[in-house]
Design a protein around this ligand. Structure first.
Ligand SMILES: [Zn+2]
Length: 207
C-alpha cells in the first residue's frame, strides 16, 4: 500500500541523517501518499535500521493509522496540520538540525535575507511558541502559527519544520533555512570578539 510514498520518506530520512540533520532518532518526515493519506516515519526508530515497511500510513483527517506495525511519529499532529493547511505541499520535515535549532533558543523569528531563499521560504521563518515535543499543545501552537507565505518554521527551544511541493523541494528548504540561520548568526558576532574566537566560529559555521 503506497509503497512508493513510503520509500520516498525512507530515502529522505537517509539523506537528512547523512548530513547530520536527524541526530539519533530525533526529527521526522511525512509525505502525502494520496488526497487523504500520508506516509510518516515511525516513532523513536533508528533511521539506518528502518525498513520501508516501518513507515506508517495515516489518514490525514482522522490520524487513524491504516498501515504499519510501529506507532507513527509523535509529531504527527505537526505534519498533518501543515499538509492540511498547505494543499500545495506534498512533503513535511521536522529536524533538530544544528544551527537553525540553536537559533530557536534566541526566541525570535528568523528573517530570510537571501532573495532566492525568500522566494522559497517566505520573508521570515516564524517562531512557534514553546510546548513540549510530541504533545497536542505543540501541534495546536503550530497550527495557530501557520502562515500562508511561510514554508519554514522555528519551534522555540526545539527544532524546525519545513514543507515543500515535493520531497526534494522540502529537503532543499531545510538546507536553505540552515544556511540562513548561519548567516544570521555570523552577522551578529560582536566586533569585540577576539579574532581567534571569531575565526573558530566562522570555520565551524561554514563547515
Ligand atoms: Zn523534535
Amino acid at each position: 500500500m503506497f509503497r512508493e510514498a513510503r520509500q520516498i520518506v525512507l530515502d529522505a530520512c537517509h539523506e537528512l541523517a547523512d548530513i547530520g540533520f536527524l541526530p539519533g532518532t530525533g526529527g521526522n518526515v511525512a509525505f502525502r501518499a494520496s488526497s487523504d493519506v500520508i506516509a510518516i516515519t515511525p516513532s523513536a526508530c533508528d533511521y539506518y535500521t528502518m525498513d520501508v515497511d516501518d513507515i506508517c500510513l495515516v489518514e490525514l483527517a482522522t490520524s487513524k493509522q491504516v498501515f504499519g506495525q510501529r506507532r507513527p511519529s509523535v509529531e504527527l499532529g505537526i505534519h498533518s496540520r501543515l499538509l492540511t493547511y498547505r494543499q500545495d505541499f506534498h512533503a513535511s520535515i521536522h529536524t533538530h538540525q544544528p544551527v537553525a535549532s540553536a537559533i530557536t533558543l534566541l526566541q525570535r523569528s528568523l528573517p530570510i535575507d537571501d532573495a532566492d531563499d525568500r522566494a522559497q521560504l517566505g520573508s521570515v521563518a516564524p517562531l512557534i511558541g514553546y510546548a513540549p515535543s510530541g504533545t497536542g499543545f505543540l501541534a495546536r501552537a503550530f497550527g495557530k502559527g501557520l502562515r500562508r507565505e511561510a514554508s519554514a518554521y522555528l519551534l522555540k527551544n526545539h527544532g524546525i519544520v519545513c514543507g515543500g511541493a515535493s520531497m526534494p523541494q522540502a529537503i532543499a528548504n531545510v538546507g536553505r533555512l540552515e544556511r540562513a540561520a548561519k548567516r544570521y548568526l555570523l552577522a551578529r558576532l560582536t566586533p569585540g570578539l577576539s579574532s581567534q574566537i571569531r575565526d573558530l566560529v566562522v570555520r565551524s559555521l561554514s563547515s
